[in-house]
Design a protein around this ligand. Structure first.
Ligand SMILES: NC(=O)c1ccc[n+]([C@@H]2O[C@H](COP(=O)([O-])OP(=O)(O)OC[C@H]3O[C@@H](n4cnc5c(N)ncnc54)[C@H](OP(=O)(O)O)[C@@H]3O)[C@@H](O)[C@H]2O)c1
Length: 263
């Protein structure tokens, strides 16, 4: 029997690349997107590539969209959809932090609970959460995002232990990407400049901060998503996945060392 894998946020970036890579290995891939435009673009890309994905819109914050998973038999759920926001915790509007948590944590958990119903009833399934190395090390000025990924990584680790105790062969693992050049980091870091131009404690430093961020991402970001896609494939196919899958490995090592030395 072909496995069925559902992935969220597959309209772009890591999610789209993982969807094609997984489908090439045989399973049926339900590649879900934030909106209809992305869904149509992904269908067009399937035609161009001659690859079959089953594509539909699933905005994870929309309850009616989430219910689309109820009649499906899903073997692997990949919670990849995410959003970033930035700015100093001293002044960023808390509603902006809430909005990030709404997507990266709450809606992700709501979808996961619906999919788990079927998995627990069938006594098998794998749930992957695409978190971040920013969920292991706090990243100043990216804290709205970083905190949401800390919470998501904690949720994944806790759910894994709970599912182990349930004894139903439900596997849970975390995917922790370092920096990849998908446009996600640029959109996230830019968001704070919408409001920082005016009365921000850091308004006088904004130009310097922009230049530093651009430099750092130029240096850090992997140009291809291949290494993290390979980790997603490994976790999705493992009978007993590890808790964490990190790429690029050098960034994973950097995070581990920083934590050992007290960061
Ligand atoms: N790129 C990195 O350096 C990096 C590092 C660590 C972790 N990650 C994580 O990796 C995952 C994929 O990121 P990426 O780099 O591939 O960026 P991306 O291309 O922006 O992928 C995120 C996808 O999620 C979609 N999305 C946003 N809100 C959604 C919602 N409510 N329902 C369904 N889909 C939604 C986005 O749609 P829109 O484009 O329309 O917003 C986008 O297609 C994210 O969880 C991100 O936090 C990325």
């Amino acid at each position: 029997m072909k496995k069925t894998i559902l992935i969220t946020g597959a309209g772009s970036g890591i999610g789209r690349d993982a969807a094609f890579a997984l489908a090439a290995r045989g399973p049926q891939v339900l590649a879900t997107t934030f909106n209809e435009e992305q869904a149509q673009a992904l269908r067009d890309e399937c035609l161009q590539r001659g690859q079959a994905l089953q594509v539909f819109k699933l905005d994870i914050t929309d309850a009616a969209d989430r219910e689309k998973v109820l009649p499906l038999t899903i073997d692997v759920l990949i919670n990849n959809a995410g959003r970033g926001d930035s700015g100093s915790l001293a002044e960023v509007a808390v509603n902006r932090i809430r909005a990030v948590f709404e997507i990266n944590l709450f809606a992700t958990l709501e979808l996961t609970q619906l999919v788990l119903r079927g998995m627990i009833a069938r006594s098998r399934g794998t749930v992957l959460f695409v978190s971040s190395v920013a969920g292991r090390l706090p990243v100043p000025f990216l804290m709205p995002y970083s905190m949401s990924k800390f919470a998501l990584s904690a949720a994944g680790a806790g759910l894994r232990a709970e599912m182990d105790q349930l004894g139903k062969q439900i596997q849970v693992a975390l995917i922790e990407p370092g920096a990849f050049h998908t446009g996600f980091n640029q959109a996230m870091t830019e968001r704070k400049y919408d409001w920082m131009q005016g009365a921000s404690y850091f308004a006088g430093q904004a130009e310097k901060m922009k230049a530093k961020e651009a430099r750092e991402f130029r240096f850090l970001e992997a140009r291809s998503t291949d290494s993290i896609v390979a980790q997603i494939v490994k976790a999705a196919e493992a009978r007993r996945p590890r808790l964490r899958y990190v790429a690029p490995w050098i960034q994973g090592l950097g995070v581990r060392l920083a934590r050992i030395f007290g960061a």
